[in-house]
Design a protein around this ligand. Sequence first.
Ligand code: UDP
Ligand code: MG
Length: 328
Amino acid sequence: MNEFMRKSENNLPTLAIVVPCYNEEEVLKECFVELNLVLERLITAKKIKSGSYVLFVDDGSKDNTWNLIKRISDNSDGRVRELKLSRNYGHQMALLAGLSYIDTDICISIDADLQDDTECIPKMVEKYMQGNDIVYGVRKDRSSDSFFKKTSANLFYKFMSAMGVEQVSNHADYRLLSKKALSALLEFKERNIYIRGIIPLIGFRSDTVFYARKKRIAGKSKYPLKKMLSLAINGITSLSVIPLRMIAVLGFLTCLIVGLFSVYAIFRKISGETVTGWTSLILSNFFLGGVQLLCLGIIGEYIGKIYIESKQRPKFIIEDWISGKHND
Ligand code: UDP
Ligand code: MG
């Protein structure tokens, strides 16, 4: 649909802002106030319909997050919807649960800590009206992040790209999706979904908005190194077979080196200069053992993934929602 058609239809879109939350009691209230303000402004400016809302997804929080969400929802005049997952599924699943649950023309996913500039939301809606189905929020400045976060995030994107995972650099999960793009995303049936890597595979017209990443308004990051590494491994093994190919190359190179070394060893043997080389023997033993274990480990990652996918388990389980607001 082009800009002219979207405008001429004079048919304003409904917007859902999806916010995954894990132990976010410290930021929730402020988060709602700010997002609600953005919605109000867009509604007043006749950019979106008044039925637009914020959907909070509680990803199995252990603190007071769910009660707080319910309280905010009760006082929000229908501006808030809420979902509670039965346990902590991780950011990607929580987001997907939220995305599968909405019924609007467009949706924007954003973190609860308001690190992503909400001023971009009107710009994203504008770009949608211009005919884009996907609008990526891209961080142009990470100066508010700690040195560790900055370095690990940079390494994360470089490593992923070297491993063959195409994604928009410095774009996390702050993005607008049209209904069309969202239903395409939901067509991807894999359990171990890495949303950031899947979105570019969808296609459709897309654009970008840039913003400076802010500091967390309160609380600590819910993405420790362990979760970040698991996100990277999940992303790579879900989207790329390059590590498997690297094993084949490594195996080929090792065979080549061993072949050359055998020629040398036989030559030494014939010329009668053989010395019992315990060091080289034991070293090569260890080296090959290590390489084999590494390769088995990588293959194991993929086999494990096939095993998990083959079970076709539900991606997430909803524990609670406020009845009457959804098609229940
Ligand atoms: N989050 C989640 N489940 C998790 C971890 C994080 O739903 O297991 C949410 C979290 O509440 C936040 C978003 O994902 O809204 C991003 O997390 P965070 O801001 O802690 O990550 P960082 O910005 O430090 O990478
Ligand atoms: Mg954050």
